[in-house]
Ligand binder design. Structure first.
Ligand code: ATP
Ligand code: MG
Length: 340
């Protein structure tokens, strides 16, 4: 029977936000019905930018677990595993081998690394520069081994991750060509909204840019955040004709609102019938009714055996990791059968 496996992850550097939901979690919840899923809490990757904040990472691992359950991921399913990255040493080993197969110029050219590097407050560490290599290891460790016709390794992510997945597949190709086929190339799955803009209209909702609405925010916080949101700058008075496609508030309606009402909303905005204040009130209602069930499940999850979920998922990941690493060492001649 063919293996249908998912590996994807999130860095525990704070509570998760609407961007994480729309770009990643929403698809994960759907896919958990049909795939063997490994959802990685990438605490090692969090160190690439937060090495000075161990307390924040510790607290965020718990927050992410609550957010995972809040959005509807279900670790009590046999096929759903929550994995702590630092609990899988096979990932570190594979990262080291992959780093030898990756030209540094390729890492430097990666557009997502370039964009993130320009936002860093300090010089990038060596670990930061090669994080796409460690991400390749995160993904390819979960290769169905030996890979068979029809097997799948799917990676559901936001669009900023696509360069990393291309790099992952370049590494898989180089490895397979040089040492014989061990790895299955992964397939990216980017959701309908690959990148949610920030509440400030900035290109990406991101914690470090302070333009987020978190999944755990209460209704008052959501209300205040929406009230402060940027709108189409050319629509100053209600009667002015607006450009919904350039307005963050409309883009949020597109992502979280009733699709049947979108056409009418856009028309009313353009004709000057719908003002920004009313449109924002609608969005506050929409977001709060979307977030309410998440908040409730999240609250209940505080009493769930989170540690047990994490241990079980991490253990399962190691089982697979050991099989892959044995194949990797053998392919790379690192098992030295002639020495007894
Ligand atoms: P932040 O910038 O807020 O710290 P992050 O980008 O570092 O978040 P990651 O752990 O790198 O978070 O990303 C986890 C997943 O969420 C990835 O698949 C990423 O593409 C997706 N994602 C994060 N932010 C957004 C967004 N604004 N829109 C769509 N997808 C997003
Ligand atoms: Mg990121």
């Amino acid at each position: 029977m063919s293996v249908k496996r998912i590996l994807t992850g999130i860095r525990p550097t704070g509570a998760l936000h609407l961007g994480h939901y729309i770009g990643a979690l929403k698809t994960w919840v759907e896919l958990q019905k049909n795939y063997e899923c490994f959802f990685l809490i990438a605490d090692v990757q969090a160190l690439t930018t937060h090495v000075d904040q161990p307390e924040l990472i510790e607290e965020s691992v718990r927050e992410v677990l609550l957010d995972f359950i809040g959005v509807g991921l279900d670790p009590t399913r046999e096929n759903v595993h929550f994995v702590l990255q630092s609990g899988v040493p096979e990932l570190t080993e594979l990262t080291t081998y992959f780093s030898m197969l990756t030209p540094f110029s390729e890492v430097e050219r990666n557009p997502t690394v370039k964009a993130e590097r320009s936002q860093l407050r300090s010089n990038p560490t060596a670990g930061f520069m090669i994080y796409p290599v460690s991400q390749a290891a995160d993904i390819l460790l979960f290769t169905p081994y030996p890979p068979k016709e029809g097997d799948q390794l799917l990676v559901p992510v936001g669009e900023d991750q696509v360069p990393h997945l291309e790099q992952t597949n370049r590494i898989a190709k180089v490895f397979n060509r040089r040492y014989g086929k061990v790895f299955l190339e992964c397939t990216a799955k980017v959701g309908q909204v690959g990148r949610l803009v920030g509440t400030d209209g900035g290109t990406k909702m991101s914690k470090s840019l302070g333009n987020v609405i978190s999944l755990k925010d209460n209704s008052k916080i959501v209300e205040n955040a929406v009230k402060k949101m940027f709108t189409d700058p050319t629509k100053i008075h209600r009667r002015d004709s607006g450009h919904p496609e350039d307005c963050p508030v409309y883009l949020y309606h597109q992502s979280f609102g009733d699709p049947k009402m979108l056409g009418e909303r856009a028309e009313r905005c353009k004709s000057g019938d719908l003002g920004c204040v009313e449109c924002k009130k609608d969005l506050i209602r929409t977001l709060n009714s979307f977030l309410e069930p998440i908040r409730e499940r999240r609250e209940k999850a505080k009493k769930a055996p989170l540690r047990e979920y994490l241990n079980q998922g991490t253990e399962k990941a190691r089982e697979i990791g050991k099989i892959t690493m044995e194949a990797v060492r053998k392919a790379m001649h690192l098992n030295y059968p002639s020495i007894n």
